[in-house]
Ligand binder design. Structure first.
Ligand SMILES: C[S@@+](CC[C@H](N)C(=O)[O-])C[C@H]1O[C@@H](n2cnc3c(N)ncnc32)[C@H](O)[C@@H]1O
Length: 230
């Protein structure tokens, strides 16, 4: 890891690709539809949203998952506050986030609403609006998740592909994720890599393989059922 880790290439002038991890920030096919399938539906959020619902994410990237989630929360006219905490070691610059989000027509209004806040988010780690509270915890998630004192109702596991970034899918960090999940809390991820599923199981999650998005045959979701849950 070093400070150049968030240097980007742009595929088709639209999709940011990390030069160091050699992996795109979102699906080249349809990143927004994949986010909805994997993270929103994969965590069953439309039936679960309630005041104070807490989502945690590994890898904030462009903010695509966050904005898609806020859109879904608002579409359901949920009352109260959605809490979203994201762990990010190599934050993108606001102008790169804005450029990446241009790929999604459906997100333009909400991307424009949040664009003025990105710089403050990088400096202060927080955006607080009447309906949404976003916390960005900078640094290596392998140590930062263990230091986090919160508990999540659901997790978005969205590091780069396990083959490109195995460090974000290791036994210790997935144990820390499990330890910071409420009883009956869930996780979802686009990957169905065997070692990731094994690490999630070892941590204590019930792990289920389901149909993936687009050309990906499988993805993984699961939940915390054990009585040792907090
Ligand atoms: C696939 S991208 C995330 C996409 C993002 N969720 C979005 O909505 O655009 C993976 C992210 O994980 C971050 N990352 C990689 N290794 C990390 C680590 N050890 N700790 C924290 N973040 C890491 C990368 O900087 C990148 O932003």
């Amino acid at each position: 890891m070093n400070s150049t880790t968030n240097e980007l290439d742009w595929r088709s002038d639209k999709v940011p690709v990390s030069k160091v991890f050699d992996d795109p920030y979102f699906s080249l096919d349809n990143g927004l539809a994949e986010t909805k399938h994997v993270f929103i539906e994969g965590n069953g959020l439309s039936e679960r949203f309630r005041d104070g619902f807490s989502i945690a994410e590994l890898g904030f990237g462009t903010g695509l998952n966050f904005l898609t989630t806020v859109l879904s929360w608002r579409e359901q006219q949920c009352s109260g506050i959605l809490r979203f905490t994201s762990f990010e070691a190599f934050p993108l610059q606001p102008h790169d986030m804005t450029r990446a989000l241009l790929a999604f027509d459906e997100l333009q209004d909400i991307a424009n609403e949040f664009a003025p806040y990105w710089l403050g988010l990088l400096e202060n780690g927080k955006i607080m609006l009447p309906d949404v509270e976003l916390s960005l915890i900078q640094g290596d998630a392998r140590s930062q998740v263990s230091n986090w004192t919160g508990l999540a109702d659901c997790w978005y596991l969205d590091g780069f592909a396990p083959a490109k970034n195995p460090e974000l899918w290791g036994e210790e960090i997935l144990q820390a994720v499990y330890d910071r999940t409420h009883l009956k809390g869930t996780f979802a991820t686009y990957t169905a890599a065997g070692f990731v599923r094994k690490n999630l199981q070892r941590a204590g999650f019930e792990v289920i393989r389901i149909a993936g998005f687009g050309r990906k045959r499988h993805m993984t979701h699961g939940y915390k059922s054990a009585s040792d849950a907090k």
